[in-house]
Design a protein around this ligand. Structure first.
Ligand SMILES: [Zn+2]
Length: 319
């Protein structure tokens, strides 16, 4: 799908309830740049090959691949694409730690997710299933690309346009958005999505207060003069500031509900069940639990709840 004659949106399939990820291809003077790569599994690779044929693009026409963040649906195919095209792959420096610890040493470190969920009240049988399910993703993030690092603040020509690289931590510690100020064009990755709220999760390897980072990043992007947002999932949309307001409101309301759920003392897992129900697929449960923990960490940092180990588990109580 053409956004304009120099930007193409390519929707790559995903084997999840969230069934597509958007990659963007920007035509330059000589060749193309890509933003985000898809999950490495056969239907996505077939979609890339079909796309290259359709637009008559040679592999060597690809100059740079920029990744908004390290999550499998954005990072997964970057190594395959790099091997094919010889393109440089760029990501925020902070994402390298996640790539190293999760995608390269996942079998060592995924059990830490299980331990964390356990001490927050999830039964051990369930955490084992969650960790096993998480391990399945390792096949979808290989081969690994050689990475070049961005810090945020750079101005880079991507395609024919000049983009400012914005560091927007929250959804991941090193999340990047790409902003073309001259045209008010924001390529937003998973920082701002039109139809769903991005997962903001606390993980053993993440920053200890990701929701605080996220709300700060939203305040920043809400002030930009944006005319068009090209998101990582869903349709292109225009009202960036309006969507930012909705997202901030959503999290503020959720913080109030979660604090109330902790009125008489509760584990994070109990609160997670109350919030998201019990009928979740394993990967959805993983995100739901990490999201609940991120909100509780924010509430605790603001003195609204207090956590205390009681026996085997950690109990949160509204202050
Ligand atoms: Zn993501």
């Amino acid at each position: 799908m053409e956004i304009d004659k120099n930007i193409i949106k390519l929707m790559l399939p995903l084997p999840f309830r969230l069934d597509y990820i958007n990659c963007y291809l920007l035509r330059g003077k000589e060749g193309w740049d890509i933003i985000d790569s898809g999950l490495n599994y056969p239907p996505a690779l077939a979609a890339w090959e079909k796309f290259f044929k359709l637009y008559n693009i040679r592999y060597t026409d690809i100059n740079n691949i920029y990744l908004t963040h390290y999550h499998p649906d954005h990072y997964g195919t970057a190594g395959w694409l790099q091997a094919l095209t010889g393109a440089s792959v760029h990501i925020h420096r902070a994402e390298n730690a996640q790539v190293e610890q999760l995608w390269k040493k996942g079998r060592l470190n995924f059990p830490l997710v299980g331990d964390m969920f356990n001490e927050h009240g999830m039964p051990a049988t369930l955490t084992t299933e969650v960790v096993d399910n998480l391990s399945e993703i390792l096949a979808n993030v290989q081969p690994h690309p050689i990475l070049s690092f961005l810090d945020g603040g750079e101005e880079i020509e991507i395609g024919l346009r000049l983009f400012k690289i914005l560091h927007t931590p929250g959804h991941s510690d090193g999340h990047l958005c790409f902003f073309c100020e001259a045209e008010g064009l924001l390529i937003s990755g998973d920082h701002i999505l039109p139809h769903i709220t991005s997962n903001i999760g606390l993980w053993p390897t993440s920053h200890s207060n990701p929701l605080e980072h996220y709300l700060t990043s939203l305040e920043m992007t809400g002030c930009l003069e944006v005319k068009k947002v090209l998101p990582g999932h869903g349709n292109v949309f225009n009202d960036c500031a309006g969507r930012v307001d909705q997202l901030i409101r959503h999290h503020r309301q959720r913080l109030v509900s979660i604090a109330d759920m902790a009125a008489n003392g509760s584990t994070a897992h109990k609160i997670c069940e109350l919030l998201f129900g019990e009928d979740l697929k394993l990967h959805e449960l993983r995100f739901a639990m990490a999201e609940t923990l991120a909100h509780l960490a924010y509430l605790e940092s603001r003195g609204k709840v207090i956590s205390k180990r009681e026996g085997e588990v950690i109990i949160y109580r509204k202050v």
